[in-house]
Design a binder for this molecule. Sequence first.
Ligand code: BTN
Length: 266
Amino acid sequence: MERSLYELRPSCRWLGCRLDVYHEVDSTNRVAERLARAGAPEGTLVLADAQTSGRGRMGRSFYSPGGHSLYFSVLLRPRMAPEHLHRHIFVAALAVAESVEAALPSSVPVEIKWPNDVLLAGRKTSGINLPVQLEGQRVTSAVLGVGINVNLPEHAFPAELRPIATSLLIAGGRSLDRVSFAEGLLAKLEAGIERLRQDGFGPVLERWRKYFRMQGQRVRVGGPGMPREVEGIVEGVDAEGALIVRSDRSRERILAGDVTLLKREA
Ligand code: BTN
């Protein structure tokens, strides 16, 4: 039988030092941001069974029904320049990809769509975001939000999400204990953040690349952070994690954007 989310005990040093578990909230990110403003310590973890207004990247919403999935936010207080904060997104995507890979049969390929969507058979199974709170140029806190479709059956997705979203249950054919999965993931996440702080971004990116298979893929990239839409072929990812896209006219270096996968080149 599945353990209750209230039984979650992260075996971490600082991540989860304070843990708030809810049956339902509007958004765990919102709760964590509120706690950040009230002075909560780094590592504060907010987890909910369901979210009524789950927030995605680029102002989108994140579908967050109860009973099947994991939605959590980790409060960080990084001593890092704002332009390097996105590195946490790569750390989190790597932790999710490694945890998903360990939980599924080896026949299921796990892929990361730049920068942080974990895909199974081309469909998204998790989303990550990192809203940042600044005072001038100083980072006061950042909230790492992670949502994973663990045991969602196909019929539980709204029709418009079915072609593009999936879950570990759908891909792996069996349901998982969400609490054990979360405990393993949180340990990887803490270790990854510590590695980032001690050894820099290089080792994280090197491991992240194992799951990156977009080279040669035709993509369209747009979104609020981009002056114009770019369409072209993915060349790779550079040492700072920027996506390099070659179009007919230019070679673009993209630090933040919304990527649509188009037809793969032969
Ligand atoms: C995306 O794919 O657009 C990012 C989705 C991030 C969703 C998670 S779920 C937990 C946390 N709380 C939120 O409101 N959003 C993040």
